[in-house]
Design a protein around this ligand. Sequence first.
Ligand SMILES: Nc1ncnc2c1ncn2[C@@H]1O[C@H](COP(=O)(O)OP(=O)(O)O)[C@@H](O)[C@H]1O
Ligand SMILES: [Mg+2]
Length: 245
Amino acid sequence: MDGDFVKTGIEGLDQMLNGGIPRGNQVVLAGGPGAGKTLLSFEFLYRNAKAGNTSLLFALEEEPERVLMNAKKAFTSFTDIDELVKSKKLIIDGEDLVGVLRSGASSDSSQYEFGKIVSDIESLVSSSKANAIVIDSISVLDLLLNEPLAYRRSMLALASNLRRLGITSILTSELQNPERSKLQFQTEFFLFDGIIVMYGKGEEEKREQAMEVIKMRGTKHSFVTTPYDITQDGINVITPEDMAL
Ligand SMILES: Nc1ncnc2c1ncn2[C@@H]1O[C@H](COP(=O)(O)OP(=O)(O)O)[C@@H](O)[C@H]1O
Ligand SMILES: [Mg+2]
């Protein structure tokens, strides 16, 4: 049974997914800024590494060092992060795309940059033998390519590359409007096997965060909108089972 899934290691989310992410799936993790996409992704990779696998984070929005620093600050009970990094079970790499964007890249150099990212990811996956990767985020690629057709083509290329590598992946994506009632999906989301959304719920003063599995090929997942908290012990997903206790 376990062989069919890569566990996120986040208990409530694995319950929602009825076991974990089906092996080899490409999952878009979408949400507003500050929803916890990077932290959730990090926890997934951390727990996957702790279980003896090799995990890979490819950061495009922030420097890899900053991702690591923020994760350590948020998850103070994860005291063995450095060990996992040192033993190369947890590999945090990336490309400073924000820097490229600031320098005002031309469309030719953007295409080149995108090609370089895809090939860097490919060689990292092959050399590390990682079973799971997070690309944080694909929204930066949208900014980089800056043209819907170029972006869609590039997403197709990325999706088919990841599929060929057979790696289980999470691609984070920034939602413009993270309210449930205003959810809109860009067409490229349908290229991927799964969509998990993290969004704000409720009125201004009592805003709550909740997540929902919109789609996940290969598993009978929950459709329930499920609240979560970011705690020092990880993302705490409060499933209906938890509430019944
Ligand atoms: N040290 C911390 N302690 C508790 N919560 C934190 C800490 N650092 C960040 N957070 C929470 O995590 C959120 C940022 O998470 P992040 O994964 O970076 O969001 P996203 O990638 O979706 O923009 C913050 O808005 C805050 O709510
Ligand atoms: Mg982020």
